[in-house]
Design a protein around this ligand. Structure first.
Ligand SMILES: [Zn+2]
Ligand SMILES: [Zn+2]
Length: 257
């Protein structure tokens, strides 16, 4: 089994830290893991987050705490770790916040180093970080944000920048649902994912990190992606070693139904 989405962000860039993820992944029955970092951690991506910081004082403080490294630090770690033989296969990559106006910057950074993979994510819609706190949704127009979220995701896929799309329905994180039917958009997304040879994550991130009851993507989306033969890969969205491989067996089982 493979877990395609594990963050290493809460520890030092050392072999001992990476070993902790590997050991837990083995305990969970994994034979391959994808280790990654968020784009927001690296100074090189800072221009993308200008509008995010301007949106609110909360987001500005959040970003300041996160952006503490250079992408060079991560690249050095990857280069070092690639010289070591681990008991399971490791792929190294980035989870990049997608902003259409920064495609060139994203492309330049992704091409500047031989990453094994990259996933594009929508974490921000019109500057709003929708997955931070439930109360921030108080004045949000659900219909509007859903439709912008999926328009952005379509552009993300069409950009051709990434190997996969992360957590493709994470907009549901705080249980706000639109009345509109998104079936057509899901179909379009599926077609574009296929056309761009991209995978979609079947992510357990909301279950793991938000206590969300539904594991993986919603049934309608899953049904459409499967019927259109979109490649689907299972992802824990772990943010600490003890969560590596979490829910992967269950996510895999859902795909088999
Ligand atoms: Zn994410
Ligand atoms: Zn993630």
């Amino acid at each position: 089994m493979t877990d395609v989405h594990i963050h290493i962000e809460k520890g030092p860039y050392t072999k001992e830290w990476i070993d902790q993820f590997v050991q837990q992944a083995i305990r969970m029955g994994m034979d391959e893991i994808y280790l990654l970092e968020h784009s927001h951690r690296f100074a090189e991506f800072a221009p993308m987050y200008t509008s995010i910081c301007e949106y609110s004082e909360y987001q500005k403080n959040w970003y300041k705490k996160k952006a503490t490294l250079s992408i060079k630090d991560f690249q050095t770690l990857i280069t070092e770790m690639r010289t070591i033989t681990f008991p399971i296969k490791i792929k190294w990559g980035l989870e990049v916040c997608y902003f259409p106006e920064y495609e060139k910057l994203i492309g330049d950074i992704l091409r500047s180093f031989p990453f094994d993979f990259s996933v594009g994510s929508i974490h921000w819609v019109d500057g709003f970080g929708f997955d931070h706190k439930a109360e921030f949704w108080n004045n949000i127009d659900t219909e509007h944000i859903y439709s912008n979220y999926y328009q952005l995701m379509l552009r993300l896929v069409k950009s051709g920048l990434f190997s996969g799309v992360a957590h493709p329905d994470s907009i549901k994180c705080f249980h706000h649902y639109p009345t509109q039917d998104f079936t057509d958009i899901y179909r379009l997304l599926a077609d574009e994912l296929k056309a761009h040879h991209m995978y979609a994550e079947q992510s357990g991130g909301l279950a793991l990190n938000y206590g969300f009851e539904e594991l993986g993507m919603n049934q309608t989306m899953l049904h459409i992606f499967k019927s259109k033969n979109v490649e689907i890969r299972c992802a824990s969205d772990a943010h600490k070693p003890e969560d590596a491989g979490a829910n992967i067996a269950k996510l895999q089982a859902i795909l088999q139904v």
